[in-house]
Design a protein around this ligand. Structure first.
Ligand code: ZN
Length: 118
């Protein structure tokens, strides 16, 4: 299977996690289980946030942005008008902030504004 840009990026990140953890371990040979856990979580959370952002960008909204899918208002079923890309900040469960740039839509019927449909 051909790898996308996102997958290549993830691979690079995972290599950094592995190399970084090994280097850290050498400098902290007496680290406790808890310290090791914290260190690895910290490194993984960066990769995790990137993967969540990339995956979210690819789903549903991408089809809408590309004009392959009609989007309807989740409130009234009216047609959504594209209003251009807007930045949206999300926070992962681990407190990592992710910034997504997504198409924003306004409902022509009720005026409800949303980030793209799923
Ligand atoms: Zn509506």
């Amino acid at each position: 299977m051909k790898k996308g840009k996102a997958e290549e990026e993830w691979e690079k990140l995972s290599e950094e996690v592995i190399a970084g953890t090994s280097a850290w371990r050498e400098k902290h040979p007496k680290a406790t289980m808890r310290e090791i856990e914290e260190e690895i979580d910290k490194r993984l959370s960066v990769m995790r946030a990137r993967m969540i952002a990339d995956t979210a960008m690819k789903s549903g909204s991408a089809e809408w942005e590309a004009g392959e899918k009609e989007a309807v208002c989740p409130e009234c079923g009216g047609e959504l008008l594209k209003k251009g890309k807007k930045k949206r900040k999300l926070e992962t469960r681990e407190g990592q902030e992710i910034e997504l740039e997504r198409e924003y839509g306004i409902c022509l019927r009720c005026g409800h504004g949303i980030f793209p449909p799923r």
